[in-house]
Design a protein around this ligand. Structure first.
Ligand code: ROI
Length: 159
């Protein structure tokens, strides 16, 4: 049975819009996986060290038969393929792919937490998510709409 999964994409190095496009194309080619839809690309201020470029963020929806751990490995392979190297904690990156939601699964392991633990705090996740799935319920956290209502202020702008 296919699973409904949402992936967060972020990039702030080496032509971010090209990196997001490349990652979306790679996601669409994953085995037993269909890329259902993707949000607009949004420019966002960096969370973390401020001496790094602005980010480009997006969210996409997949339908996949891959199990969470297999999907995580597949995302890490795409990141490596696009040349991601860790420079510093919360620092700049060529591409970042996060599993945000996997059906209504709640999972807490060392390597993988679903829903993504920071999801409810990040405008660059919540707003693209609401663009493609406005009525979503987030397991353990309530409606997406209610989470957006608690955001302090958002400077996100569509590309
Ligand atoms: N900041 C923004 N704006 N967008 C991101 O995708 C992003 N990703 C990260 C950190 C470094 C926390 N900051 C970010 O991993």
């Amino acid at each position: 049975m296919p699973h409904r999964v949402f992936i967060g994409l972020g990039a702030n190095l080496d032509q971010p819009s090209l990196q997001l496009e490349t990652a979306l194309a790679a996601l669409a080619r994953l085995p037993s996986t269909e890329l259902v839809q993707s949000s607009a690309f949004y420019v966002s201020f960096p969370l973390g060290p401020q001496d790094q470029p602005d980010y480009l963020n997006a969210v996409c929806e997949l339908r996949t038969a891959l199990a969470p751990q297999s999907l995580l490995r597949a995302l890490q392979a795409i990141e490596l393929q696009q040349g991601r190297v860790k420079k510093r904690h919360w620092g700049e990156r060529v591409i970042d792919l996060d599993i945000l939601l996997y059906d209504d699964l709640q999972l807490q392991t060392d390597k993988l937490q679903i829903p993504h633990p920071q999801l409810h705090l990040r405008d660059f996740v919540l707003i693209p998510l609401a663009q493609i799935a406005p009525t979503l319920q987030i397991p353990g956290l309530g409606s997406l709409k209610s989470l957006i209502a608690t955001l302090q202020q958002s400077y996100l702008k569509p590309l």
